[in-house]
Write a protein that binds this ligand. Sequence first.
Ligand code: FMN
Length: 167
Amino acid sequence: MKTIGIFYGSTYGMTQKAAEKIKDAFGKTKVNLYDLKNASIKDIEKYTNLIFGTSAWGIGEMQDEWEMTIDDLSKINFSNRKVALFGLGDQLEYPESFVDGLGTMYCRLPDKSCVVGLWPSKGYNYYFSLADKDGKFVGLVLDDHNQENLTDKRITEWVKQLEKEFI
Ligand SMILES: Cc1cc2nc3c(=O)[nH]c(=O)nc-3n(C[C@H](O)[C@H](O)[C@H](O)COP(=O)(O)O)c2cc1C
């Protein structure tokens, strides 16, 4: 498999921790990890297989770094790329906007046809999520506030799925 670029925005380090676990789960496959605050669109452009990670803030907002970067993705041609998304949130405190950052990220991607890594929304407790499209999340959803015990298992399964869906 081609080298994977993981780009994440993380305010208190929770998305960063998840990104590091995802990298480790790929084992021998080469994965480069970028905190978005130290990366540019040119870095994103280097990869055919991409993973974008964000936490959820405010009303439907992505993590700050993504808010500042997402519109620049339109400068990249995604037609021969695959993009998988993951999002962190808190279903107990924010059940009406659970992982909305992930949903907003999906909405604002310039090309949604490149998205892989959809994830079942079963096993989470929430009223509404922008990331839920017809009973599936638009990417891996992690909640280290309430379901930290499930995170490693979810990451392992999702990475197995991506190994089939990536180029
Ligand atoms: C002010 C504030 C607003 C938040 N809003 C949401 C939200 O709307 N939906 C949600 O699922 N989580 C929400 N969260 C939870 C964060 O997304 C969660 O703590 C996440 O793990 C933080 O990851 P990070 O440290 O990588 O930024 C919010 C947290 C704070 C402090």
